[in-house]
Design a protein around this ligand. Structure first.
Ligand code: EPU
Length: 339
């Protein structure tokens, strides 16, 4: 397609929350050259830039000034390595879940626990997607970025990406400065199932395959998480909070059954969904938004709402948790335009 950005594009169906949004200009470059041309045009016209992937972890305002770019390069290929290792080269516009299922069908281990996470591959490193005991950073070997300021390409190692829990350098120092264009993942033909999380082991047989694990993960997610095609949502709306050991101990005295996960640094990760649930907010609906009835960590959009209303609703949920437990919840999806 032409790199020339076209004006007044409706992005309502391009974000899984289903928030109404119009981009002043929009481009979906299908090659690196088209991406670089779109960036050059934005620079020449002094347009602010917003990058979009699958729109599954993003809160969009009603109007986005300047240029919205959604990378549409979408091929991937395998490279055989040593010791049963297989490298997967994947471009930013590939749909993450489709890649995961294709790799699982080929009998490759590494990404099967990350099945059914919505979004595009290029966005996966930004929040270091994770589920069922596995994070993207464990299989990522390298990634390619293009500098928004000069269109130049560069490769980064996982160390340079500063990955953390739902975090990376792309949410910090490099936010709004680069676009991720390609990932290199390292998978294995040797069985290495990761089944310790929740009831995953109980759902797969004695000799699990990557496909069986991926299908079990899909079944668990479908049980708990709303399908964005049916009910607008951005997955977990808050991060699981990591608190000081003293606070966790005090809360455990009062709530011995509270889920808690000691961290290497001595702090303790709590389950935000459990905290919200215990405030009695599961299933709560206010205006156009609500707390999902099966997973309290997910805020849902019933249609007709706006980003401002969603942020107000989320702030009220967070303040109830703060009042009841003294725990601060941090928003997980990014707000477009926020630096
Ligand atoms: N819980 C409740 N009530 C709720 C929700 C959860 O009591 O309404 C309890 C659960 O029973 C469990 C604990 O809280 O004891 C944790 O719940 P769950 O296993 O559902 O996982 P989570 O911590 O709520 C995280 C990720 C999810 C990921 C799952 C599975 C974050 C912010 N969320 O949720 O990721 O799928 O673990 O690994 O880390 C996402 O990021 O969009 C997402 C869905």
């Amino acid at each position: 397609m032409s790199p020339s950005p076209y004006p007044g594009t409706d992005l309502t169906s391009a974000n899984t929350l289903g928030l109404p949004c119009t981009a002043e200009h929009f481009a979906a470059p299908a090659s690196l050259a088209e991406l670089q041309a779109a960036l050059a045009e934005a620079r020449a016209r002094d347009w602010p830039l917003t990058l979009l992937g699958g729109g599954s972890n993003l809160i969009l305002p009603e109007r986005l000034p300047g240029l919205v770019i959604r990378p549409a390069m979408a091929t991937w290929w395998l490279e055989e390595g040593e010791n049963d290792r297989v490298r997967v080269h994947v471009e930013a516009g590939v749909v993450w879940h489709e890649l995961v299922m294709a790799l699982a069908r080929r009998g490759l281990w590494g990404t099967e626990n990350l099945a059914l996470i919505p979004g595009h591959c290029g966005a996966a490193p930004i929040q270091n997607i994770g589920a069922y005991g596995v994070e993207l950073c464990e299989v990522l070997e390298a990634l390619q970025v293009v500098d928004l300021a000069d269109g130049r390409e560069a490769w980064m190692t996982p160390q340079e990406c500063a990955f953390g829990y739902r975090d990376s350098i792309f949410k910090g120092r490099l936010a709004g400065r680069v676009v991720i264009t390609r990932l290199v993942l390292c998978l294995s033909r040797t069985a290495r199932p990761r089944l310790a999380y929740g009831d995953l082991a109980g759902r797969v047989g004695k000799a699990p395959t990557p496909l069986a694990v991926a299908e079990a993960v899909c079944a668990i997610r479908r049980d708990k998480l709303p399908d964005p095609a049916v009910l607008g949502n951005a997955g977990s709306f808050f991060k699981n909070p990591v608190v000081e050991a003293g606070l966790a101990e005090r809360l455990l005295l009062e709530h011995p059954g509270m889920p808690h996960f000691p961290q290497l640094d001595g702090r303790v990760k709590l389950a935000a969904g459990w905290l919200i649930d215990r405030c009695g907010l599961k299933g709560l609906r206010e205006g156009h938004f609500g707390v999902h009835e099966r997973q309290a960590l997910v805020l849902v959009h019933f249609g007709g709402g706006s980003a401002a209303e969603l942020l107000g609703f989320a702030a009220r949920v967070a303040s109830r948790v703060q009042e009841r437990f003294g725990v601060t919840l941090e928003r997980e999806p990014r707000l477009a335009g926020e630096r």
